[in-house]
Design a protein around this ligand. Sequence first.
Ligand SMILES: [Zn+2]
Length: 489
Amino acid sequence: MIKHTIKQDPAEPKFIKIISEISTLGSNRILMQLPAWRPGRYELGNFAKNLKRFEVFDALQHPISYKKVSKDCWEIETNGIASFHIQYYYYAQQADAGACFVAEDMIFLNPVHCFMYVSDRINEAHVLNFEVPANWEIASQLPLEGKTLQAKDFDTLADSPIFVSPNLKHHSFKVQQTRFHFWFLGADFPLLQNLEEDTKKYAKWQTDLYGELPCENFHFMYLLLPNAFRHGVEHMDSTVIAMGPINNLDTKEMYNDLLAISSHELFHLWNVKRIRPVELLPYDFTRENYSRLGYIYEGITTYYGDLALWQSGVWSWEQYCESLSGDLSKHLSNEGRHYYSVAESSFDTWLDGYVPGVPGRKVSIYTEGLVAAFIADIMVLEASNGSKRLHHVMNILYERTWKQGKGYTQELYRNILEEVSGISFEKYFSELIEGKGFLEISLIDSLEKIGLTLEKQLDEAGIAAWRIKKYVHPTNLQSQLFDFWRESH
Ligand SMILES: [Zn+2]
């Protein structure tokens, strides 16, 4: 077991101080590894660049020599000693949902950034002890006792964001058998009652798709910021959502934005945290974990996040339509759609997946993944005459992978699509997923099947946007398929 002590040092207010005690278990040489990236953002973060004043001591406080063997791995000489501790300062000034931030009255950690593990002992347990004043509260998906959190292995620790502050606001309620917790850090939330009611609706709707909500507690950890911001990160039994500016939290626009991101992150509870590609199971924190399946773990999540809000009655058709039109406009105005496949865009998140990138170079696992998910949904819907949907495929994928302790491959996903729909998905994969330039025509075709069309408009600056419109006189078949699409279960 590794014991970590976490404290603030008034002399270094922008850093968090970490002291980790490690047993050698008789080994003469220990490799201490810091992750190079974090799940949810599939690019290298190289967190070691935030670390300074690294030191190693034995039990009598004598310094021990060490050397770095890679950019984020330290080799410690432990000849003849039973235990040692390392200590360092980690720069914590990145106030987004997936990083670390400290201020006078708060500590926000994503442990994947700042804690180390022994490189061949990743399954070892970790204990975190926070040296903070008695009135500071701790919020996390990890089991808590006093000021101490326990993680059964490094994977669990890495996946568990932590809020520590005297100013945490907490609210909880139940959805079926699961207790949901809201934690607010940074400000009070002005529309708490609305948020509880709307969360209950979309959470129940998502739970019904999968038949169960596989955790006893789920924590929505809201980091409310003074600046304009919108970011969320998924975890097994929690999510961190960073939103701002605080002054606009009660506006309709920002409230709907917060709902959209929250619904998306909750859907990840199943899709990617539990239903996971084989290449991400387990995560290798030391290097790139390439996957061509981002259109499943982000695309389907993006599609269902908003769909859940509409179909559970939180959003009107007009609200959903506006959001979907915005996503489709992104696709239709991106020149990169002609030259790049959505599978390639997944592989290349490790290259430039989270920046706009060179104009016209690439597509996105979020936007083009959503388009691919919508087309697959309409294909399944039409082929089964409304009796099946894409989420039936996801439900079976959940049963056959997570429940069996396995990951999935594109082949398994395709097999289940074909099994559920009874039709071939060969062209779907060769053209829409692996091919280039086919999504647009297939999208227009799928919209038409349910009596929808796209209308191009130019704004005052001459920038094109597309709006979804319903046919004025749809055929009976189009109306029927639209109704099947609207009534999901
Ligand atoms: Zn996501």
